[in-house]
Design a protein around this ligand. Structure first.
Ligand code: CTP
Length: 402
């Protein structure tokens, strides 16, 4: 989505400027080009060397600097960019922008830019609530500037309140979803996605779990949401941030909780993609107190009972829904996947083999084979999980959008 997009990142002087480094990395990883323009104060918080190394471009910070390619670099730069993001945006730069003041490289470039501008404000909560600042922000919003509202929480100044710049991942998602609006092919579709492992408690300290990281499921949720779908993401315990205007996240722990949450969304959804690695068994009894090993370290037997097979239950209740499952196999891969496709009444199944290096649990990459209900087989090379998600969503579209 962001491949070859040209992004101007404006940085003004606030402590959140350090987060700009992470933001540049996210854009670069997605294949975008980034050029940075900063105020003099921005470089009190983050160095030019950091920004130039990460963006692989010269930083622009002086309107009449001796090293500028052109004396009108603000015009050349703004002709170049597809979008302009100011992160962090201080009260000062927002005030200048709203009032047409151009007295340094960043404010001059902002005024010369006639395409989409995003502002990610960052400041003390009293400054954020200030009447003059709010008037400026309103004026910019009315003029089609997109404001990525700051979060509430602890601020660097010691206060607690609204004013903390949004996390780089969130800013990245907002910009990515702006570009993906060119292809809103799944608008009006409700899609259920599961992700991550489940944990089945043995006692208050231990559980049965697996190595699923949730990366594939979250990448799918994002790819679907970027195409306009409303996504219910039901996730087991993972350490991934997810903030997207089209994604409603429900966090669960056990297979039973995942089953209950999925079933409430299932009847109204148009499709379900089940990427979670659900535990097939759970301990018959959960010990209320920690199980002690005792003096003789005698053998302990754990009695296990099956958990509900969520996808199976969905297959039985299937009406109009497009049902998609995953199969992670170590032997007889295609045979096992075909059996699951048939037994669980699926439209297609995504097979990954643990025998493929850099594919499956924990990796950022995956190598999949898709088998559909007409027994067609589609093999894909090893790709980044976000690209794999695009391939899967492309396949889903063929079933959903006829
Ligand atoms: N699945 C599910 N609920 C379960 C187990 C699996 O919804 N209790 C879903 C998974 O999310 C996946 C598909 O079913 O989409 C296949 O999961 P997998 O673990 O590969 O297969 P199982 O049916 O559990 O069979 P086995 O573990 O014997 O391979």
């Amino acid at each position: 989505m962001l491949k070859d997009k040209k992004i101007i990142l404006g940085i003004s002087g606030g402590i959140a400027a350090y987060k700009a480094a992470f933001l540049i990395r996210l854009f670069k990883k997605a294949g975008a080009e980034v050029k940075v323009v900063g105020t003099a104060n921005a470089f009190e918080f983050i160095t030019r060397v950091t920004l130039e190394s990460l963006s692989e471009n010269k930083v622009y910070d002086e309107v009449f600097g001796p090293e500028n390619d052109y004396t009108t670099e603000h015009v050349a730069l703004t002709d170049w960019g597809d979008v302009f993001i100011v992160a962090p945006a201080t009260a000062n730069i927002i005030g200048k922008f709203a009032n047409g003041i151009a007295d340094d490289a960043l404010s001059t470039s902002l005024i010369a830019f006639d395409k989409k501008v995003f502002l990610a404000p960052a400041m003390n909560c009293k400054m954020y609530a200030n009447f003059a600042f709010q008037r400026n922000l309103d004026y910019l919003k009315k003029n089609n500037v997109d404001v990525i509202e700051p979060a509430e929480g602890f601020l660097a100044c010691g206060y607690e309140g609204k004013g903390r710049m949004e996390e780089p991942e969130h800013i990245f998602n907002v910009v990515e979803s702006y570009f993906s609006q060119e292809k809103l092919s799944l608008q009006n579709k409700q899609i259920l996605v599961t992700a991550g492992p489940t944990h089945e408690a043995i006692d208050p300290v231990r559980y049965i779990g697996n190595h699923a990281s949730g990366k594939m499921g979250y990448a799918l949720a994002k790819a679907l949401a970027n195409r306009g779908a409303k996504v219910n993401l039901v996730s087991g315990p993972v350490d991934i941030q997810c903030k997207h205007p089209n994604i409603v996240l429900t966090k669960v722990t056990t297979a039973e909780e995942m089953y209950n949450s999925c079933m409430t969304h299932y009847t109204t959804c148009d499709a379900a993609i089940m990427a979670a690695a659900v535990a097939d068994y759970k301990p018959k009894t959960i010990h209320q107190e920690k199980v002690k090993k005792g003096k003789n370290k005698q053998m302990v037997k754990l009695e296990l009972i099956p958990t509900p097979d969520i996808l199976w239950a969905m297959g039985e209740k299937k009406e109009k829904q497009v049902l998609v499952g995953f199969a992670l196999e170590t032997t007889d891969e295609e045979k096992n996947a075909r059996e699951k496709l048939k037994n669980k009444n699926l439209d297609f199944i995504i097979l990954n083999s643990l025998k493929d290096s850099a594919a499956g649990f924990g990796y950022d990459t995956n190598k999949i084979t898709i088998i559909d209900n007409k027994n067609q087989v589609f093999r894909y090379p090893l790709k980044d999980k976000s690209e794999v998600a695009t391939d899967i969503v492309d396949m889903l579209e063929k079933f959903l959008v006829k």
